[in-house]
Design a protein around this ligand. Structure first.
Ligand SMILES: [Zn+2]
Ligand SMILES: [Zn+2]
Length: 392
């Protein structure tokens, strides 16, 4: 391990017990998106005690802690997410959720704790020159808390030259830091299709227009989009996750609805899928003589890491940990992340920190998942090191 950066890890190790306590406290009190009241209270109290200027209520429960040192003009943004998921926890751990049906199953408890660890260190040492903005966002899961913070003027009120974020990832060895140039997480769009035919008696299909048969044909035809329209070298996913219609075997229902999830790894594929889904459903419904209403809702965009910032983040990890602990160009993933909205407005990079491998490390959003406390010190030391290098 490089000697000149070892002090970050040594210093953070002295906070280890406190980091674990904070992480488990947040885990024990999980809160859903835009309801992170206790969590944001905890974060704000800590930041204020360490001398940060704190502004609450950006994106309802979101907050920013700012610390300035020296007269340097550079401005750095670091983001952590604070929300939990509507999952019934089944870890059986002493610090497991005290709220039935709500659980930190994505490790945002750990992300918040790691950024607080860095905040404490940086406030004590104050060895940087410039402006540090710590962004604690609400509602990363589904509700677009980052989007809402941006809509409420996050980067106008707290301009940043670059912004960085970290997410834990089961399946990578404990504490391994994983970087990627370009697209790292997929876009996520939602489509509701309402197929309307003419209902009637099941014995006399010729008097009706069968919405079930039309919907079934649409489901099958949708499977050709990724295989026949998207390049074999690009990622696309079209999943029909729900189909609802009918109530009895002898009734042809008037309406069937489909719920579809659409993922892509580039803006081009995303646009192509949207266009082709609409065209295909239009053509299919015409051929069956039914109506189809398509409600296409764009969710999180593709998360795209900018090259210069990713290289900087990667070099920081190499300086801190050496090459054995760093994956310089990891694989992209088909999940999505609303930090993508921040990267649309500010250059930056997103990285993974390994949560461990093997059967005993469940995947994210699993009811047996738990953030790996062993990585808290390393994650917090990484943020401290990155800050001092960026605001040198
Ligand atoms: Zn998640
Ligand atoms: Zn997450």
């Amino acid at each position: 391990m490089p000697a000149d950066t070892q002090h970050y890890l040594d210093a953070m190790q002295r906070f280890a017990a406190d980091l674990v306590a904070i992480r488990r406290d947040i885990h024990h009190h999980p809160e859903l998106g835009f309801a992170e009241n206790r969590t944001s209270d905890l974060v704000a109290e800590r930041l204020e005690a360490w001398g940060f200027q704190v502004e609450r209520g950006i994106g309802k429960t979101g907050l920013v802690g700012q610390l300035r040192c020296g007269d340097g003009p550079k401005r750095l943004g670091l983001r952590a997410d604070m929300d939990a998921l509507p999952i019934e926890e089944r870890t059986g751990l002493p610090h497991s959720s005290c709220h039935p049906g709500v659980m930190h199953a994505c490790g945002h408890d750990g992300h918040t704790a790691m950024l607080l660890g860095a905040a404490r260190y940086l406030a004590q040492t104050r060895r940087f020159n410039g402006t540090l903005n710590l962004i604690f966002q609400p509602a990363e899961e589904n509700f677009g808390g980052a989007r809402r913070m941006l809509d409420e003027g996050l980067f106008e009120r707290y301009p940043c030259d670059s912004v960085f974020a970290m997410h834990n990832m089961p399946g990578y060895p404990t504490g391994k830091l994983v970087f990627r140039d370009g697209a790292m997480m997929a876009s996520s769009d939602y489509v509701t299709v309402t197929v309307t035919g003419v209902g009637g008696h099941g014995s006399s299909p010729h008097h009706g227009r069968d919405s079930v048969v039309a919907a079934a044909s649409i489901v099958m035809a949708l499977q050709t989009l990724v295989s026949r329209n998207v390049s074999p070298f690009d990622l696309g996913v079209v999943t029909v996750g729900a189909i609802h219609g009918g109530a009895a075997s002898n009734v042809i229902p008037e309406k069937v609805t489909l719920e579809i999830s659409v993922r892509a790894m580039s803006a081009e594929v995303r646009a192509l899928l949207e266009q082709r889904i609409k065209e295909l459903i239009d053509g299919q419904s015409r051929s069956f003589g039914v109506q189809a209403e398509v409600e296409y809702r764009r969710g999180y965009p593709v998360l795209i890491n900018t090259p210069r910032e990713t290289q900087f983040a990667r070099e920081t990890a190499l300086a801190l940990l050496g090459p054995d602990e760093v994956i310089e160009q990891g694989a992209g993933r088909s999940g999505s992340e609303d930090f993508a909205y921040m990267l649309e407005e500010c250059p930056g990079s997103y990285l993974f920190i390994g949560n461990g491998t093997g059967k005993s490390t469940p995947m994210l959003h699993n009811p047996r998942y738990d953030f790996n406390d062993e990585v808290l010190v390393r994650g917090a030391a990484y943020w401290a090191c990155l800050t001092e290098r960026f605001l040198a």
